[in-house]
Ligand binder design. Sequence first.
Ligand SMILES: *Cc1c(COP(=O)(O)O)cnc(C)c1O
Length: 374
Amino acid sequence: MTSASATSARPVPRPGVLAIEPYVPGKSAAPAGVSKVFKLSSNETPLGPSPRARDAYARAAAKLELYPDGGAVALREAIGARYGLDPARIVCGSGSDEILSLLTSAYIGPVDEGLYSQYGFLVYKLAILAAGGTPVVVPERNFTADVDAMLAAVTPRTKVVYLANPNNPTGTYLPFDEVKRLHAGLPPHVLLVLDAAYAEYVRRNDYSSGIELVATSDNVVMTRTFSKIHGLALVRLGWCYGPAHVVDALNRIRGPFNVNGPAIEAGIAALADEGHMAAAIAHNEQWLPWLTREIEALGLPVTPSVGNFLLIHFPKTPGRTAKDADAFLSARGIILRAVGAYGLPDALRLTIGTEEANRLVVDGLKAFMAGGAS
Ligand SMILES: *Cc1c(COP(=O)(O)O)cnc(C)c1O
C-alpha cells in the first residue's frame, strides 16, 4: 500500500483518510433578511457561562505570551475536588472530542474494531476511521443502546466500546444497572468509554455518569465536557477520569500543551460557580418537559430525553418532512440540527433554548403543521 504513494506526484494521506466524511457542525446562520437568529443546533446552553468564567478568561489576556501549564494541574485539582477524584487520574483535553481521539488512537490501530450503537455520537466513527480502525455499528431499540446486541457484536478485534450516556442526538440513556451489565460482559482487554457530556442535566435516580465503575475497574474511562452545561464550548475544554494505566497512555500521546491557558482559567472559575450550574439545571428541568409536551401536542413524536435537547420526528408527507420543517423554521431565524448524517433523515434535534426561543419554536412548529406560510 505504500508503493502507490512512493510513485505519487504529491504527498498522499494514509489509506482510509480520504474516505472519512468530514464532521458537519450544526448550522449557525439563517437566511439573509432574518434579523434575530436562535441557534438551537449544537446543544449550547441558553444561559451562557458563569460570569466568573468570563472574567477569568478575560484576565488571561494579560499573559498571552506565556505557555500554559502543560499538566493543567490547577484545573485537575479543581475537578478532583469538585467530584471527589484523584487528580492524577484525570486528563484534560481541548474539548472531550480531543480526549475521545486520544483514547481511540491509543487503543485502536489498523485491524482493530471500535464499537458503538446505531445513533451513537458521530465523533466515535470519525476517531476510529482516523486511527485506521474499523467502526462497528450496533442496532438500537427504541432509539436506545441495546446492551445484548452490543455484547453480541464484540469480537477478538474489538478494542474500544463507546457509549454516550445520555446519547446525542437521541437524548436517551441507559440506567446504571445496564451500563454495569455491559461492562460485566466485556472481555477485560476491551476499553469501555462512557461519554457523559450531558450527565449534569440528567434527573433520574437510576442514572450514573460512571465514576464508580471507573474507580472499581481497570478498563473503564469516563469523559466529560465544559462545552454543555458550563457554557464554554468556544474555549474547547474536556476531561476524562480513568485507570492510572490509561491515563499514563494518554499523557504519552497528547500534545505537551494541549489545553490552552484561558480555557484552564475559565474552567476552574466555572466549577466554582455552583449557583450558575444549578440555574442551568433548573432552566432545563422547566423547559425540557414543556417543549416535549407542546411539540407532541402538535402531533410530532418526541423521543423522551434526559439531556438539554430533543429529537423530534416528522412525517414523510411532502410538505411536512423534517427537511421542510428545517427550511420553514430557518426562515424564521430558528436553527435546529438536521440529523441525516446519523441515519435519522426524518428527525430534527432541538436544543433547549431561552424562554423566548422555546416559545418561538412551538409557535413556528404550530404554523408549520397548520400549513401556514413563514
Ligand atoms: C457535545 C458532546 C461532546 C462534547 O464535545 P466537546 O469536544 O467537549 O465540545 C461529547 N460527547 C457528546 C455525546 C456530545 O454531544
